[in-house]
Design a protein around this ligand. Structure first.
Ligand code: G6P
Length: 614
């Protein structure tokens, strides 16, 4: 979703802002813009529809001088993607320029009031309403920008992260947030501003995460000043971020997505480091040690998540119910939060989110917290909003995920949920010692088995070429592999725009079987496990209707290999760990099909990495 970058200091702002916008491209956007104050105190705004490179082209040889500036990538909500709707937005006088992430829900009411006072609007955005409102308050009450921003934000309903420039006060940027992330980078005599730390990391590792309803004044001549909307001063906590620049670059791979697929063995080792100890035969999660009683006393767990994280949650349900005998429900956060669910202090809510910023998941957390539930976060982005709003949690530690289609975060989430199940099962004594030991050992072997699967990349790339013609795909799996089928289908549609559906294999005959003909590729996860015979029958049903079967099987399978049109053989593992292995070829298949079709794999159309609006 929208991205914010800001700079104020001694250097020229424009190159820093453009580089920052490029680092944020992964979030998904459709237009970009920049505002700069030059030495003569002119406030120049340049905007373009399309990519950051289109903005650079548009800027050409215009005046880009200035040591203070703000920049934005917009993911359209109010009004189509076009130059007029792109941010920054000027106020009527041209004195102010503002960028904004989020949604001002009461913008129509505010706009009508301003129109009644004679204000004219150029764009269809909610953002322009905010900058006009700030200007109206500033001029009407003769206030400084900071005061006007606070008053304006007190009358706003909705979510925002904003940055504002006033050309009459070129030595400062005012920034504020509510329900939309904003990070201030603290340098020597300079400040940076961004929606996440990625544009900041090459300049400083010192950051301040703003909290809801906090307003920051970035003035390089002074210390960082933070106040809340009600004028109470806040002592900004400067944190050191642990992020390498190399983690934000492609490192020789053609796309971030492929890099991230290949990183998975290392990511899982990082995720398990200090947690899975094969020598000592145990798994530890500090959250379980610290909150053992609360977790074990739960009458049920409710996993809330969106997208790929929801699929990881489905696998978490299987594994926790299987080993811990605790009932688990898995909910789309967007449905859960508006459903008035039955929930109280006996429940544990597990929020699963890569970004830690997904608006619906965050709102579900807040709602469940109000109802007394204990909240456990499973997130990747350290210091993001969800981990800061939960009682406890476990990071997945897979490093920044840049590709919009989630890959390594999914396997990281599944790994943490599996470790959680193992820790709890051990405490609850619902798993016998031999099974526990076997699981711990096998879990530690998963990264090496993933490496074996990754060696098939060339073959899967070849195979993918055949399927670029397809208009539809079906993905089938059962048990632990049913969520993998859902995830495989999601990956394909996200990046190749081929319609794909995931289904529990046995449900196929209750509808999707009607679609099967010689044109329909069906990916079936048919590994050697308790469901093997059943899935074999499902494959027979597809072949009887001339469907094309791509079977994901366990090495050495003699039966399905003869039936299926194409076979991908994977190393065997315990059934409950299979998703960590079976997911990899489906990620590669989606990737290569999308590449063959010439699609923008890392930034698929209309999608956003971090969905900060509901
Ligand atoms: C977006 C992303 C998905 C992600 C989902 C949930 O739709 O494109 O990849 O799975 O949001 O995001 P979260 O950060 O909460 O895991």
């Amino acid at each position: 979703m929208c991205g914010i970058v800001g700079y104020i200091g001694k250097r020229q702002a424009y190159p820093i802002l453009i580089k920052g916008l490029k680092r944020l491209e992964y979030r998904g956007y459709d237009s970009a813009g920049v505002a700069l104050i030059n030495e003569g105190c002119d406030l120049n705004v340049y905007k373009a529809k399309g990519k950051v490179s289109d903005l650079e082209e548009y800027v050409g040889d215009k005046d880009i001088s200035g040591v203070v500036g703000i920049a934005h990538t917009r993911w359209a909500t109010h009004g189509e993607p076009c130059q007029v709707n792109a941010h920054p937005h000027y106020s009527s006088s041209g004195n102010l320029a503002l960028i904004h992430n989020g949604i001002i829900e009461n913008y129509a009411t505010l706009k009508a009031k301003l129109q009644a006072k004679g204000y004219l609007f150029k764009s269809s955005t909610d953002t322009e309403v905010l900058v006009q409102l700030i200007e109206y308050i500033q001029t009407n009450k003769n206030l400084e920008l900071l005061e006007a921003v606070k008053i304006a934000l007190r009358s706003v309903i909705g979510a925002y992260a904003i940055a504002v420039l006033d050309k009459r006060m070129p030595g400062q940027i005012i920034a504020a947030r509510k329900s939309s992330p904003l990070v201030v980078g603290v340098g020597e005599g300079e400040f940076f501003l961004a929606s996440d730390a990625s544009p900041i990391v090459e300049f400083t590792d010192k950051v301040v995460y703003l909290d809801d309803e906090e307003v920051a004044v970035l003035n390089p001549a002074e210390e960082l000043k933070v106040v809340n909307l009600h004028n109470v001063g806040v002592n900004p906590e400067v944190k050191t971020i642990d992020l390498e620049l190399s983690q934000l670059e492609k490192g020789g791979y053609p796309h971030f997505m492929l890099k991230e697929i290949f990183e998975q063995p290392d990511c899982l080792n990082d995720c398990m480091r200090g947690r899975v100890n094969v020598e000592a035969n145990h798994v530890v999660l500090s959250a379980v040690i610290d909150h053992k009683e609360r977790l074990l006393a739960a009458r049920r767990f409710i996993i809330v998540a969106c997208g790929t994280s929801w699929h990881a949650g489905l696998i978490g349900k299987h594994v926790i119910e299987n080993f811990c005998r605790i009932p688990v429900e898995v909910e789309y956060a967007s449905e859960f939060r508006y459903r008035n669910p039955v929930i109280d202090e006996r429940d544990v809510v597990i929020a699963v989110s890569q970004s830690g910023e997904t608006a619906d998941t965050l709102a579900a957390v807040e709602m469940a917290k109000k109802k007394g539930a204990f909240i456990y976060g499973i997130c990747n982005a350290v210091g993001s909003s969800i981990p800061r709003n939960t009682h406890t949690g476990s990071y997945i530690h897979v490093g920044p995920e840049i590709g919009v289609a989630s890959t390594k975060a999914f396997t990281g989430q599944v790994t943490v949920l599996t470790m959680l199940a193992l820790c709890l099962a051990k405490e609850k004594q619902t798993i016998d010692e031999a099974a526990y030991l076997q699981l711990v050992e096998e879990l530690s072997r998963v990264p090496d088995k993933m490496k074996q699967v990754l060696e098939m990349n060339g073959r899967i790339a070849e195979l993918s070429r055949i399927f670029t013609y397809a208009h539809n795909f079906l993905y089938l799996g059962r048990g632990y592999n049913y969520p993998v089928a859902l995830e495989g289908a999601l990956k394909l549609k996200e990046i190749s725009y081929i319609h794909a559906e995931g289904y529990p294999a046995a449900e196929m005959k209750h509808g999707p079987i009607a679609l099967i003909d010689a044109e329909m590729p069906v990916v079936v996860i048919a590994t050697q496990n308790g469901m093997y015979e059943k899935i074999l029958s499902n494959i027979q049903e597809i072949k009887a209707r001339k469907g094309k079967v791509i079977a994901i099987v366990t090495e050495g399978d003699q039966v399905i290999s003869k039936l299926a049109d194409d076979v991908i053989e994977l190393p065997g593992t315990l059934e409950c760990l299979e998703p960590l292995i079976t997911t990899i070829p489906l990620q590669m298949l989606a990737y290569h099909i999308a590449v063959c079709k010439g699609k923008d794999v890392d930034q698929p159309r209309n999608l956003a990495k971090s969905v900060t609006v509901e």
